[in-house]
Design a protein around this ligand. Structure first.
Ligand SMILES: Cc1cc2nc3c(=O)[nH]c(=O)nc-3n(C[C@H](O)[C@H](O)[C@H](O)COP(=O)(O)OP(=O)(O)OC[C@H]3O[C@@H](n4cnc5c(N)ncnc54)[C@H](O)[C@@H]3O)c2cc1C
Length: 423
């Protein structure tokens, strides 16, 4: 049954698009406003754990994504941790379980799969949101081109530099966004080039993390196993998190700047960094301290806008898909209708968004904090230390991957039901 309220989504990244498809499938009128002139994803890989895949299933996106991925079914995705130095000995081999299956996918391929499910009339490009304001009956979005759009609800999916977040939390950029003192270099290397250079490490679809003091890499094959997705992290760990850096946060890396930093590392590590050509350099920011709430009035945040986190547990997009799944389940619930969305903002919509934030914020913020901890664990590794903290990682991943989203949805729906006005 078609719903009688309208939703506008600010930002057409992975989470904004997943949300657009999820809401459209539920008969909700949705428009997505993207600042760019087309949908664009960075040419790199993304790892999706079992929780992310369950959320995508719930949103009706899983089959399309799987059909374009490199493998016909999910594969074991737990990290193998190797020392970055010396002979790259095994530090921690995550135990294999039948449940730990995920996907590594080339981001543009993921995008193609999702865009293929969109109704093109819902998509509006060159629409950079500059502010949100409450009108008597709606939320109005003002764009940089001077135009406006009104909707009953606005979902901010505009990433870590979110403008929608300014409506939810005043001065959020200064109070919450910090530079983590980590930079990440991202590149894709043809496998044949590494083999020709004598790489000895055995690669599989499973990610390998090479760890060392204040540095680590994550590598896995992608795109028909022909290219290796590499992310090299370097951190300053003796200073506290800093205020957000000036723009741009992503730049082109200059030749040689990475190679000079890995002279002491093992042979395979040096082969990999030597082949990192035309890589991009990302200043990793995080919402730390995390936001206490992901909503205010009729505006709600999902994905990095709500909980931008470092990528050390490969969990950011997965948490965003969980947000989107819970939010879509709530908004498609029969109790949430326009008659219950009257002006001034009625309890039911506030309750729906409040229920969303009460269920999602504790979990996603917990994951955010664990990603910071994981980076510290990887980059404190030094050979010869008696206790390898890396073994603590099993306590970090399991609750992320094996969480029951159905319980969250039921809890949130129950919270809304308690307050629904009977007409
Ligand atoms: C090096 C690295 C590796 C990562 N690896 C993983 C991984 O393996 N697994 C994982 O789950 N996550 C990973 N992540 C995190 C993941 O990339 C993010 O969590 C995810 O991309 C967030 O999606 P999003 O849609 O919320 O935001 P974004 O991807 O940032 O999309 C935001 C969109 O909004 C648009 N926009 C911005 N401002 C405005 C505005 N004012 N008006 C309109 N539109 C606007 C942007 O153009 C963009 O299209 C990684 C991140 C990094 C940096």
């Amino acid at each position: 049954m078609a719903k009688d309220f309208t939703v506008a989504i600010v930002g057409g990244g992975m989470c904004g698009l997943a949300c657009t498809v999820g809401l459209s499938k539920s008969g909700i009128h949705v428009d997505v406003f993207e600042a760019g002139s087309k949908f664009e994803e960075v040419g790199a890989g993304v790892g999706l754990g079992p929780n992310a895949l369950r959320a995508l299933k719930g949103l009706g996106l899983y089959e399309a994504v799987l059909s374009r991925s490199d493998t016909p079914s999910p594969t074991f995705r737990q990290f193998l941790f190797l020392s970055g130095l010396g002979e790259h000995e095994v530090i921690y081999d995550y135990p294999r379980t039948a449940d730990d299956l995920g996907l590594g996918i080339y981001r543009p391929v993921f995008f193609d799969a999702v865009v293929g499910l969109l109704d093109p009339s819902t998509v509006h490009f060159n629409k950079r949101c500059v502010s949100l304001t409450t009108t008597e009956t709606t939320i109005a979005i003002t764009f940089a081109d001077g135009t406006t759009h009104e909707a009953d609800l606005v979902i901010g999916a505009d990433g870590i530099r979110s403008v929608a977040r300014n409506f939810v939390v005043v001065d959020a950029m200064q109070k919450h966004v910090t530079f983590t003192n980590t930079v990440a270099y991202r590149g894709l290397i043809p496998l044949e080039d590494l083999e020709a250079a004598g790489l000895q490490m055995q690669l599989s679809t499973r990610p390998i993390a090479l760890v060392g003091l204040n540095k680590h890499f994550v590598i896995y094959p992608i795109h028909g196993d022909k290219r290796i997705n590499v992310v090299v992290f370097m951190s300053k760990r003796d200073i506290p998190p800093q205020p957000p850096l000036p723009s741009p946060w992503v730049t082109a890396a200059s030749d040689g700047e990475l190679q000079d930093q890995f002279q002491e590392w093992g042979r395979d590590a040096r082969i990999i960094v030597d082949h990192m050509k035309a890589s991009s350099k990302w200043s990793i920011h995080a919402l730390n301290p995390p936001l206490a709430s992901y909503c205010r009035g009729r505006v709600v945040l999902v994905g990095d806008a709500a909980h931008g986190m470092p990528p050390h547990l490969g969990a950011g997009a997965g948490q965003g898909f969980e947000d989107v799944f819970v939010l879509c389940e709530l908004l498609k619930n029969d109790k949430v209708t326009k008659s219950n969305l009257e002006v001034p903002v009625t309890r039911v919509v506030q309750d729906a968004l409040q229920a969303y934030t009460e269920v999602r914020a504790p979990r996603a913020n917990w994951v955010l904090e664990r990603t910071i901890e994981a980076g510290q664990i990887y980059e404190s590794y030094q050979p010869g230390r008696e206790t390898q903290e890396v073994t603590k990682l099993s306590n970090l991943w399991d609750p992320i991957w094996h969480h029951d989203l159905g319980v969250d949805v039921n809890r949130a729906v129950e919270m809304v039901s308690k307050h629904v006005r009977v007409s």
